[in-house]
Design a binder for this molecule. Sequence first.
Ligand SMILES: [Zn+2]
Ligand SMILES: [Zn+2]
Length: 228
Amino acid sequence: MTQSTETQQEATPQAKAGAVIIPVTLFEQNCTLIWCTASKKAVVIDPGGDAPKILRAIQQSDVKVEKIWLTHGHIDHVGGAAELRDELKVPIEGPHIDDKYLLDNVVSSGARFGMTGVRDFAPDRWLNEGDQVQIGALSFDILHCPGHSPGSVVFYSRELHFAHVGDVLFNGSVGRTDLPGGSHETLIKSITEKLLPLGDDISFVCGHGAGSTIGQERLTNPFLTGEM
Ligand SMILES: [Zn+2]
Ligand SMILES: [Zn+2]
């Protein structure tokens, strides 16, 4: 997996997958385009808004988007999902159904942040613990990781040693739990029981800011080392 922020960088030829991060919305949310190098089939994870910017990145990467995946239902992650589904004519997969109350209220959440043109919607498929999703030759396991929101999911590829963790875990921090449906205790349980066991060599992209590895966070993240 190669990765770049803001620049449209191609995957190295031998890599099975490529990715670019497209920061969107006033929350600088890491909308992520991931593709299978062999087939050029791609997925957009968390199109939070700024659909024209996402469409430009897709075009520049010269890939064919076949799916939209959502890590959870917060406005900065889903605000552009309905628009992009219409534009690209592809299905939306995720999050877990426990975030349905958020997807039923995208318009009212958006209004709070001055985000217009967003729509309430239902995904084409809810995701559950143990499900698998595919894009081209790439396969990702679904880990249901509640705590930041009740329906948060993580997309994990064993083969790529990679996970997209949404707002569950951050570089040096963890997801906020002060929003309705949040639980810090549940979040830490999700991280310690589902993410840390994936192994220290797993690199991850998170919903905001720079990514990291499970090993780095296990050793230095104050929320995991007991300092916070
Ligand atoms: Zn969130
Ligand atoms: Zn977020």
